[in-house]
Design a binder for this molecule. Structure first.
Ligand SMILES: NC(=O)c1ccc[n+]([C@@H]2O[C@H](COP(=O)([O-])OP(=O)(O)OC[C@H]3O[C@@H](n4cnc5c(N)ncnc54)[C@H](O)[C@@H]3O)[C@@H](O)[C@H]2O)c1
Length: 297
């Protein structure tokens, strides 16, 4: 009989037969002398037929998340205030043969977020990744600084939860992953407003997980240490002009593992939490920090 291409694979967790497995970058052959002698591939973390909204996916962690979720079969809505960057993410995903659409939103604006989400047929997965940083202590953080961080990192996340949860309830459930930070758990120098906002992300995660247990909506958060993204580069350029390289090394070494994380490493954890394989996990925070919180002693 020789070799024959297999056109289906199976998700062992759900038992779902997935056509066009080639879209998932899988390679598969049937070999042997008998026509029905073949082997199914076991695919975990499939997001076939799911729709995901990823905020902040024009750049950094959110962009990697959008790419990874799309590769696993989800249709991804790339939501970002930066229209050009959102379009670039979408173009890269679609050029690779996967499904994505851009959604230009400022998460701070509730009416804008609700209107944009309501245009999407269903939301199975919401990844709240849009965020901004700020350097300062309680004395030198101005009211304006605090309001800005609050508006994007806290109110922006609330706006997305507020718009997505009713849609998830209507379709029988969903998975929400919020991006917090180690700043929510340890005292970092000069991160007053930022730490406040990431602590609130953790608290919102618990609240949503508790309130929507019986609506089959799981809500978790991840707490990264430093991840090398434009966020970090912008932070260094703004706060340590001329000393970027030196500070980059210093920040890298503050992770006991000896380097910063990568956006793809964050994306892999978020994929897991978004997938049906994580069906027993809700109300949890996942440190992803190269040992920052537990091994820095
Ligand atoms: N990079 C790190 O070291 C690190 C560590 C811990 C947590 N985080 C968190 O991860 C998330 C992403 O960080 P990143 O490093 O990828 O940053 P990034 O700056 O590379 O990307 C952030 C994205 O959010 C978008 N955004 C900002 N404000 C927005 C708004 N009002 N509405 C819609 N989109 C908006 C930006 O346009 C950008 O595309 C943030 O919440 C950040 O706090 C980052």
């Amino acid at each position: 009989m020789g070799k024959k291409m297999l056109e289906y694979c199976i998700n062992v967790a759900s038992g779902e037969i997935i056509p066009k497995a080639v879209q998932l970058n899988q390679v598969y052959f049937i070999s042997g002398s008998e026509a029905f002698h073949f082997k199914f591939l076991c695919i975990m973390f499939s997001l076939q037929n799911k729709t995901a909204v990823v905020t902040g996916s024009g750049s950094g962690i959110g962009k990697a998340v959008a790419e990874i979720l799309a590769k696993q079969g989800a249709t991804v809505f790339v939501a970002d205030v930066n229209k050009d960057n959102a379009a670039t993410t979408v173009n890269e995903i679609t050029a690779a043969g996967f499904a994505a659409e851009a959604v230009a939103i400022n998460v701070v604006n509730q009416a804008e977020v609700t209107a944009a989400f309501n245009k999407i047929e269903k939301i199975d997965i919401l990844v709240n990744c849009a965020g901004i940083s700020h350097i300062g202590n309680a004395e030198n953080t101005t009211e304006e600084d605090l309001d800005k961080v609050y508006n994007v990192n806290i109110k922006g996340m609330y706006n997305c939860l507020h718009a997505a949860i009713p849609m998830m309830k209507q379709t029988g459930g969903g998975a929400i992953i919020n991006v917090s930070s180690i700043a929510a758990k340890v005292g970092l120098v000069d991160r007053f407003a930022y730490s406040m906002s990431k602590g609130a992300v953790y608290a919102m995660t618990l609240s949503v997980a508790r309130d929507y247990l019986h609506h089959n909506i799981r809500c978790n958060c991840i707490s990264p240490a430093r991840v090398h993204t434009p966020f970090v580069d912008g932070f260094l350029a703004k706060n340590y002009p001329g000393k970027e390289k030196e500070m980059f090394e210093k920040l890298s070494k503050s992770q006991p593992i000896g380097r910063m994380g990568t956006p793809n490493e964050m994306g892999a954890l978020i994929l897991y939490l978004a997938s049906d394989e994580a069906s027993f996990i809700t109300g949890s925070d996942f440190p992803i920090d190269g040992g920052f919180v537990t091994l820095n002693n």
